[in-house]
Each structure stands twice: as structure tokens, then as C-alpha cells.
Design a protein around this ligand. Structure first.
Ligand code: FEO
Ligand code: CA
Ligand code: CA
Length: 630
């Protein structure tokens, strides 16, 4: 500094000289704007740069006061087990391969089932889920996002080509499981043979609805009308509607398409934006079904990447793909009823540098009135965040994008790029605070932030809600619609938390002021508010427990207080799992939590232990005193 006359420098240049690491400059700039916006947090700054602010203004995770938390924070863990706080217990509800009907054989570790048994058993890799009360019954609806081929398919050991039954078995482990559950003497169990039990798989008929239905880009040899497609897969997060249906979100649909006979075939730029190519992820579905061969059926991928509405109370109902909500790698779909009765759905596109969306229905919801058009007829918007803490929703219309209406709902990413949407650090779950008009969104991580553009060529330099280059820890952004109106054109935003590791870093990568050595984590992903207004955060992060992630252990679930910013760790999962999916029993005395892909790298035998096959599962967490858990 001694050699430089700072009076000659602009503000920006001044920052450059004082803090030569560019990521710190940008972060501090964002923090500066946040300081002028303390009102958002009721006078408390919930995040800050350690270098810029020095001290925390937020209560930290392990203080003696219980605040709004009815549990004592647990430490990180690297045990191959589920850990919950003292006074709580976890029990098994349902595992991958558990039969939903009594004529289906029990899961067999030595074979891991067949395509036929899997089609009538609980699917693999549990993700988003919800519970519905209907006619005195409790129905659990669960996404089965994907499979780990090395676990489900013995023939995958060859790594190149799987036996056809293994390919089909993997396919049938995808989709959705609907299963009745009942509390039997204090323990929740699945009800085999319930008339509500259902598997929805890549083989189930779907109806295409909304602006894209019937468009030429949706037509295939098997469906010249462009209104009926077969199946749903890679169902990630979920949502529920106020009228009691389930929304399942098609995320990484692209990796199932390939061109086995034309491996050098190039796909269109429109498909390339979504990551479709002649090479799949090894699922080999095109080997057993032509429709997954993109060289033969180039429109087939246009029929995936949607939010699908399912009526869990009618096992004969046809799921409806709601193209009005756009086509991208849908994480979840958080639906709220606006004050005027319109339905607003917030959605993220989980890919590096992709966008956050909002759908607003044209019609209003009236309990008992028809609801079918509420998710067909509306306007799709994309978010633009400004560094000054404000933001705007830009409508995706023929006028703003130069695309026709159907195309906007098929090539939604391209529409977002055309209006200059803000590139985000992989938007995962979005959840609405039931106690305030505010929305939280996990931005899980983005190692390419500031390094390379997104798949559409959009700039991904650091920006307001994505303030760190090569962001390997993630953050949670939240926004408040102007005037508390979810249909308003504008909003204000701030960061609820920047995840980080204060034992390794002392700059922005240490995390925000509400992160400390005791509660640290990386890669927030699942997110859900409980009825009491606490926000539950689930991680899908790096569990190697060394380097940048030293001391962070296995993936975990934490609870956060939206007002004070305090965050506490509630649960740690078994080895190599992701914690994802969270819902509650109707009496709020049981919390159902999803444990996805334990042992994805071969190092877990959860839940059975010994030499058993690791199995994705849903656990039921209760208080030992039978109290409320959310
Ligand atoms: Fe399926 Fe973005 O997580
Ligand atoms: Ca996720
Ligand atoms: Ca994730």
C-alpha cells in the first residue's frame, strides 16, 4: 500500500488494491449493500464478511440459550449411521426394494430384485415427498430420483454394458412411489396392498398440458398429437398444491437419452443447452427402448423436464405434465396462494449458472371449484437480482423473448437468457416461510462461478446473491415480494447464510456470521419450513471431511431461525448419503426424512449393517416424549 496514492483510484480500483483477491472485493461490495438494508432482518445483520465486519451480530449455533430450538445441537459425524439429538429417536419407515404388495418377494441382497419385483416395490434414491390425509388414510408420496448402477445392477460391475433385465430394473426403480402408511402402536409402517399404493415409473402414461402441448416440437412417432408421453424420471424435489395434489419435478432428464448406434451424432443447440447428447450416463435405456435414442426420436427429450401433477387419492388418474411451469432441470415447486387467490409457484433450475423462476396463474383458487386450469393458464417469469438488494421478475412472453408461446415453455432456458436473467449458483429447493411473505432458496454451490459461462454462454461473474468465485460451499438467498404480494413485479433480497469453513478460511469462504466451527456445513440443497416457521436445511455436499471440508463430516440436516439467523445441526446421515426430502405426519409428531444413496462410493452398509447392500430409505424421527416435531 505504501507505494500507491489511493486518491488516484476509483472506488473499484481502490478495492482491487486493498483486497487483491477478487472474490473478497465482490463479497465485501455485497456486504456493504447489505449493511444499508438491515431493516429486512429486523435490525440484525444475518451475514457478513469476517474480513469486512470482524464480529458477528447474530447469535451463533451452539449458545446455551435454546431460543426456538427444542433440541441440543449435535456434532458432525462420520459414522455409518443416522444420528439425532438426545431426546429424539429415528426408526425405519421404508427402504428401496420394500414390496408395496404382499405377492411381491422381499428384497434380496444377493440379486437386488428383478425388473418385475422392482416395478411393484418402493423405488430407489428417495427424494422429495409429502404426506396427504384422505378418507381417514395417510398417503405418503415419494420421488425416487435415480439409481446407483453399481448398487442396483450386479452386471454393472463390467461398467460398459448391463444385462437387459438390470437396465429395466434400474428404469423401474425410478419415478414415484405412492404408499399408504399407518401408525401401529407408535411406529409408522407402510400398509401393503392398500388400494392407494401405486408406482409411477418411466412406463406410466402422462398427459401433456399447457402451452407446449400439441406443438410440433412435442410430437413423436408414437404420439403424433404431442399430448401424451410415457413416463417421468429423475424426479427430484416436489411441491403440493392447495387442492391436495402432488407436484413432482423432473430434474436431470437429459442423461437418459443417447444414440447407441450413432455415437458421433450431434444434437441440436436447443437440446445441447439441456445437456442432451449422444452419450447417456450409463443407464443404457436406449438399448431397450428406442424412444431414448435421440438420433431416432429427437423430439422425445422435449417431453421431459417438466413439473408433473399427480392426484395421490386416485390411483387410476393420469399424471399431468404442466408445461406452463416451464421446461428446465426442475428442482422443486413451491406453491403459495397469493392474497388475491392467484397461485404462485417458485422454481429453481439446478444447473450451474441457470435461473430462478416464478409462475403466476391467471385464475384464482377457490376451494371446491375446478383447479385444472390453474397450472395451465398463467405467466412464467424469471428472476433478475440487482446488487443493491432489489430484484425484478421478468415475464417470459413472445414480446420479451421473440419466441412463440409454446417455444418459451419448451426452450425455457433460452427464453431466460434472452431477457438477461441472473445466473445463479445452482438453485435447489425453494421454500416459503409460513409466518412471513418471504421465500428461501438454496444455491448449493458452483465451482464454475466466475470461471466460465453457463451452457447458454451467459456471463457468470460474481453477482449479488452469488458473491463468491469458485463457490464450493453454497448459500441460501431469500427474498420478500414487494408489498407482501407474490405477484408483484419486484422484491428485495438478502443472503440468509453463506456456508463455509471457518476452521480453514478466514475470508468469505469461512461463511457468514451465523456459521461457526460447531454448526458448519456445505452445499445446502433440501429446504423446508415447518408449520412453526423454522427452516430445515438438508445437505448434498462434499463428505470427504478433509481440505476445504475438514471437520464437516457426513451430510446433515440443520434447522434455522429466520429471524435471528441462528442455525443448529439436528441430524447427520450415514456414510456417502445425501439427506433429502422432508415432511411431517398429520399430527406433527413425526418427521419423515429421506436418506438417499448411502454408500454411493461403496463405503456404507446402512441401514442393515454387516455386509449388507446399502439402501436408500425414509426414516421416521420422533421425540421420545411424544412431543411435536414441527
Ligand atoms: Fe436432485 Fe438438484 O437435486
Ligand atoms: Ca436436490
Ligand atoms: Ca444437490
Amino acid at each position: 500500500m505504501a507505494d500507491i496514492d489511493t486518491r488516484d483510484l476509483s472506488f473499484d480500483e481502490f478495492d482491487e488494491v486493498i483486497s487483491p483477491r477478487p472474490e473478497e472485493n465482490d463479497f465485501d461490495r455485497i456486504v456493504e449493500s447489505a449493511i444499508s438494508r438491515r431493516g429486512f432482518l429486523g435490525g440484525v445483520l444475518a451475514f457478513g464478511s469476517f474480513t469486512a465486519l470482524g464480529t458477528s451480530l447474530v447469535p451463533t449455533g451452539a449458545k446455551a440459550s435454546d431460543g426456538r430450538f427444542a433440541f441440543t445441537q449435535i456434532p458432525t459425524s462420520t459414522a455409518d449411521d443416522v444420528i439425532v439429538p438426545e431426546g429424539y429417536k429415528s426408526e425405519m419407515l421404508v427402504r428401496w426394494g420394500d414390496p408395496l404388495w404382499s405377492d411381491v418377494p422381499e428384497f434380496d441382497d444377493s440379486t437386488r430384485g428383478t425388473a418385475d419385483s422392482q416395478a411393484r416395490a418402493f423405488g430407489d434414491n428417495t427424494d422429495g415427498m409429502d404426506v396427504f390425509s384422505h378418507d381417514g388414510k395417510t398417503l405418503l408420496v415419494v420421488n425416487n430420483e435415480y439409481t446407483n448402477r453399481d448398487i442396483i445392477a450386479l452386471s454393472a460391475e463390467d461398467k460398459r454394458i448391463m444385462a437387459e433385465d438390470d437396465i429395466a430394473k434400474g428404469m423401474m426403480a425410478h419415478g414415484i412411489s405412492v404408499v399408504e402408511i399407518a401408525n401401529d402402536g407408535g411406529t409408522w409402517k407402510i400398509v401393503k396392498d392398500s388400494p392407494y399404493n401405486r408406482r409411477i415409473t418411466p412406463q406410466s402414461e402422462m398427459e401433456l398440458t399447457g402451452p407446449a402441448a400439441g406443438h410440433d416440437l412435442m410430437k413423436t412417432e408414437a404420439d403424433p398429437t404431442g399430448t401424451k408421453s410415457l413416463g417421468t424420471w429423475n424426479n427430484c424435489g416436489n411441491g403440493v398444491t392447495p387442492w391436495g395434489t402432488y407436484l413432482t419435478c423432473e430434474e436431470n432428464f437429459n442423461g437418459y437419452f443417447s444414440a447407441p448406434e450413432n455415437p458421433d451424432r450431434e444434437v441440436s443447440p436447443e437440446l445441447a443447452r439441456y445437456g442432451v447428447s449422444a452419450t447417456d450416463w450409463g443407464y443404457n435405456w436406449a438399448v431397450i427402448e428406442d424412444r431414448y435414442d435421440v438420433s431416432k426420436h429427437p423430439n422425445e427429450p422435449n417431453r421431459a423436464g417438466y413439473v408433473v401433477e399427480i392426484d395421490p387419492t386416485d390411483p387410476t388418474s393420469t399424471p399431468k405434465k404442466r408445461t406452463a411451469l416451464g421446461r428446465f432441470k426442475h428442482e422443486n415447486a413451491e406453491a403459495v396462494v397469493n392474497n388475491d387467490g392467484r397461485i404462485v409457484v417458485y422454481m429453481g433450475d439446478d444447473e450451474r449458472g441457470e435461473f430462478v423462476y416464478r409462475y403466476v396463474s391467471n385464475g384464482v383458487y377457490a376451494p371446491g371449484a375446478p383447479t385444472d386450469e390453474l397450472l395451465n393458464d398463467g405467466i412464467l417469469y424469471v428472476a433478475k437480482f440487482s446488487d443493491n438488494g432489489t430484484g425484478a421478475w421478468v415475464a417470459l412472453t413472445p414480446e420479451t423473448t421473440g419466441m412463440d408461446q409454446a417455444e418459451i415453455h419448451i426452450h425455457t432456458r433460452q427464453a431466460g437468457s434472452k431477457v438477461g436473467a441472473t445466473t445463479m449458483d445452482r438453485p435447489e429447493w425453494i421454500s416459503a416461510n409460513p409466518k412471513a411473505p418471504e421465500i428461501y432458496c438454496c444455491l448449493t454451490n458452483n465451482k464454475k462461478r466466475g470461471v466460465k459461462p453457463n451452457a447458454g454462454g451467459d456471463d457468470t461473474s460474481v453477482n449479488g446473491p452469488n458473491p463468491r468465485e469458485k463457490n464450493n460451499y453454497g448459500q441460501i438467498v431469500r427474498w420478500r415480494p414487494d408489498g407482501g404480494d407474490h405477484t408483484a413485479p419486484g422484491f428485495t433480497w438478502d443472503l440468509y447464510v453463506l456456508a463455509g469453513n471457518p476452521t480453514v478460511h478466514s475470508d468469505a469462504y469461512a461463511g457468514s456470521a451465523n456459521i461457526n466451527e460447531e454448526n458448519m456445513f456445505n452445499s445446502p440443497d433440501g429446504l423446508a419450513f415447518d408449520s412453526n416457521g423454522l427452516v430445515w436445511i438438508q445437505t448434498d455436499g462434499n463428505y470427504k471431511n478433509e481440505g476445504d471440508f475438514a471437520g464437516q463430516g457426513n451430510n446433515q440436516m440443520l434447522a434455522g431461525d429466520p429471524v435471528t439467523g441462528e442455525i443448529r445441526r439436528f441430524m447427520v446421515g450415514p456414510n456417502e448419503c445425501e439427506i433429502t426430502g422432508l415432511t411431517w405426519s398429520p399430527d406433527r409428531r413425526t418427521m419423515f426424512v429421506g436418506i438417499q444413496h448411502p454408500g454411493e462410493r461403496g463405503n456404507s452398509h446402512w441401514p442393515a449393517g454387516g455386509a449388507s447392500v446399502p439402501r436408500s430409505a425414509i426414516i421416521a424421527v420422533t421425540r421420545e416424549d411424544g412431543g411435536l416435531v414441527g
